[in-house]
Design a protein around this ligand. Structure first.
Ligand SMILES: [Zn+2]
Length: 359
């Protein structure tokens, strides 16, 4: 992993240090090790995971944080890498192995083709707080036609509803949050399964202003709907969210390890692109091959965006701390407590975490 540059250190000292709370809960992290991949499968040449040795273990995150965020204590919710090269059962085992349901929480990856019994087993056997579907697993339709209901069959949602589990959802379709089919189905999902907590990842993937304005009202009215801020560094989108979505249901998230790369998401003519300082492909990427500018990490850009947006939206110190920590801490601890009680063997768990963290 890159060492922190002098410029990064200055950004931390001058812009972030006085703003960040004592504890940060990152609700959106992709964590997995080599055991989570199917045998013989690997990542594409420009995949970000290549940078981290084709895995991203919790210890790699904490080591990055030790250098880049030396003061805050990092808590997190992690899940594997949702793609066909991942072994979904093995990924859930890894998530469970690193979770103590106190500071570290985990989710299972699920495909809509998985039988509900298998999904329940994957979650419960590993004491996980929920699951994460992904649109690539809907492989019987053209990408632009995929709907939220295709990604999350009713039987799986009923299991989440009954157990009060969280579902982190990366919504499909080109218009993302502004798509009328999504708008309808997001609300149907929350209303139809009121016991489930639906976390709309990346603020519904709204990375430019026109994509978010007017489109949060439906889910804002559903008490079990949450948003995470992963990969959103757009201060206008963040400010709009802080003003128009209940602040108690906004969760800080980063999409680590993608967030550790050097780059920034920018709005261009009612679209967005990832301007990249490193030659990895993460979607709509524009790589600065000529090194026209010096980049810092997406992570720092997200923190900067939140800082500006929080100031503009007039967030109190408590509200900032809730978004960075308390909202997610309460949500995930509540789910773990309801499903697994206090029967965790803490000593065994802390020993396990200690050996996972530092190997
Ligand atoms: Zn993600």
């Amino acid at each position: 992993m890159d060492n922190l540059s002098v410029t990064d250190r200055r950004i931390y000292e001058e812009e972030l240090r006085g703003f960040l709370p004592r504890k940060i809960f990152d609700a959106h992290v992709h964590l997995f090790d080599g055991t989570c991949l199917k045998p013989g499968k690997g990542f594409a040449e420009k995949s970000v995971y290549r940078k981290f040795g084709s895995e991203f273990r919790i210890g790699q995150y904490l080591e990055w944080a030790r250098q880049s965020l030396p003061e805050p204590e990092i808590h997190l919710n992690g899940f594997g890498q949702p793609s066909f090269i991942s072994d979904l059962d093995a990924s859930a085992v890894y998530s469970g192995r690193i979770s103590d349901n106190r500071r570290f929480f985990g989710m299972a990856l699920v495909s809509p083709k998985d039988a509900v019994e298998d999904v329940i087993q994957r979650v419960e056997a590993n004491r996980l707080v929920g699951y994460k579907p992904y649109l690539n697993f809907v492989d019987w339709k053209a990408k632009g036609e995929i709907t939220i209901h295709d990604m999350l069959p009713d039987a799986q949602m009923a299991a989440a509803d009954e157990r009060g589990l969280a579902v982190t959802l990366h919504i499909p379709r080109d218009r993302r949050l502004a798509d009328p089919v999504n708008q309808e189905q997001m609300v149907e999902l929350c209303r139809g399964f009121p016991g489930a907590r639906v976390i709309f990842a990346h603020i519904g993937r709204a990375y430019y202003l026109k994509n978010v304005i007017g489109f949060l009202d439906g889910i804002a009215a559903c008490p079990n709907a949450y948003v995470d801020t992963a990969m959103v560094n757009h201060e206008g989108v963040l400010e709009y969210t802080f003003q128009n979505f209940p602040r108690g249901r906004i969760l800080f998230g980063t999409d680590a390890p993608i967030a550790m790369l050097r780059g920034k998401s920018v709005e261009i003519n009612n679209q967005y692109a990832y301007l990249m300082g490193e030659d990895y492909a993460i979607g709509s990427t524009i790589y600065d091959a000529g090194h026209a500018v010096r980049f810092t990490s997406f992570y720092y850009e997200q923190l900067r965006g939140i800082k500006v947006a929080a100031q503009r939206a007039g967030l109190s110190r408590d509200e900032v701390e809730n978004i960075f920590f308390n909202n997610a801490d309460q949500l995930f601890r509540g789910i773990a407590g309801k499903n697994y009680g206090d029967k965790l063997c803490l000593i065994e768990k802390s020993l396990l975490s200690a050996c996972c963290l530092f190997t």
